[in-house]
Design a protein around this ligand. Structure first.
Ligand SMILES: Nc1ncnc2c1ncn2[C@@H]1O[C@H](COP(=O)(O)OP(=O)(O)O)[C@@H](O)[C@H]1O
Ligand SMILES: [Mg+2]
Length: 347
């Protein structure tokens, strides 16, 4: 199945029978072939039918998620399913949000259908009209609660549905503060006890409309968002380009010159670029891959020579660009594209 502890397949069986309020939950396991398909963003009909069968055991709406995440920001297109449109589309959005999460994505090993619990929603946000609910994240380790944080911070909200959303969040959090103490001493501590020999964890509770705090989500602590200034934060800093060297002024000039030699004329329709000086077209992907792969362009990639055997303007240009990049890479031992990307990112 999976040895990833942040997968719901790992943590959910350990807490599901505690008396802490939780959504009724059914698991949809994927077989090997389905897993391969789903992880390449294809949703086989067999998976849709498995999920449909499970959904039929619930009253609509239901909450659908994968073992790692729900794609919550796309809410009405993803995890929230009320039967008003195609189930397949929701499964696709949930899966796709997982596969596109962070840099390398989260693998999908199972799907879960959960009872939809009306939450104490303050307003909606994001493209999918996601309900923003009072939600608390605890961090636990060695049988103890280390700290807790409100999940929805101002910086995380986009496209809120009401004007005074900041005041609304603040007021609701102030009003609920007295409940946090009880939640810390009871439910969060109970979970901490279950995971006492199992490392560092985040545990999320969401406030329901009926007043209960619902245990909805867990993940390994290091992989969970944690305010930077919390002394218990151990989230490793991700260095996208650990070996990147700063681009020198000379490199920068070289890059600028190389850029200036080609006039990129993007044709929006067919995505081709033309070499303006010669007035003919070459496929953009062709030219990019040759440089990206650090390979010299093949003869077949090159613009044809004229019958007299002279180099055409196109070929000269092609050699200037790819030749100089190639030479520069050889002499510096560096990668043009990587350095260029670093520069564009301001690294
Ligand atoms: N069973 C449920 N019923 C109603 N809302 C839910 C339910 N489970 C989660 N939510 C809401 O959906 C959001 C995302 O759910 P969660 O399971 O934590 O997925 P993710 O890992 O993507 O954050 C939560 O922040 C909560 O507001
Ligand atoms: Mg969550």
């Amino acid at each position: 199945m999976t040895d990833d502890k942040s997968s719901m397949l790992y943590w959910h069986p350990k807490i599901k029978d505690l008396r802490i309020p939780q959504p009724r939950t059914e698991t949809v396991l994927l077989d090997g072939k389905e897993m391969v398909d789903v992880n390449t963003e294809k949703i086989p009909q067999s998976v849709v039918e498995k999920v449909r069968k499970v959904v039929e055991k619930f009253n609509l709406p239901v909450f659908i998620r994968a073992d790692q995440a729900s794609g919550k920001h796309f809410w009405k297109m993803s995890c929230y399913f009320d039967g008003s449109d195609e189930l397949e589309k929701h499964i696709y959005e949930v899966v796709s949000a997982n596969l596109c999460a962070d840099i390398i994505g989260l693998p999908v090993c199972a799907l879960f259908v959960r009872e939809f619990i009306p939450m104490d929603t303050m307003f909606t946000a994001f493209y999918g009209d996601m309900p923003v609910n009072p939600e608390i994240r605890f961090f636990i380790e060695n049988g103890k609660v280390l700290c807790w944080h409100w999940y929805w911070i101002e910086e995380a909200i986009r496209n809120p549905s009401i004007e005074n959303w900041k005041e609304t969040i603040k007021k609701r959090q102030d009003d609920l503060l007295y409940e946090v103490d009880a939640l810390t001493k009871l439910s969060a501590t109970e979970v901490a006890h279950i995971f006492r020999d199992d490392g560092f964890w985040s545990v999320d509770f969401c406030k329901a409309k009926d007043g209960r705090w619902i245990l909805i989500d867990m993940a390994e602590g290091e992989k969970s968002w944690h305010p930077e200034d919390c002394k218990f934060n151990r989230t490793p800093k991700i260095d996208l380009f650990p070996n990147a060297k700063p681009v020198t002024e000379a490199d920068f000039i070289m890059i600028k010159e190389a850029e200036a030699s080609v006039a990129l004329d993007h044709d929006e329709k067919n995505q081709t670029i033309s070499f303006e000086s010669a007035g003919s077209e070459k496929d953009e992907t062709d030219s990019k891959t040759s440089c990206l792969n650090n390979e010299k362009p093949q003869k077949s990639d090159m613009p044809s020579e004229n019958p007299a055997g002279d180099k055409t303007k196109e070929e000269e240009l092609w050699n200037t660009i790819c030749g100089s990049i190639d030479e520069w890479q050889k002499s510096t031992g560096r990668n043009f594209i990587e350095d260029y990307e670093n520069m564009m990112r301001g690294n």
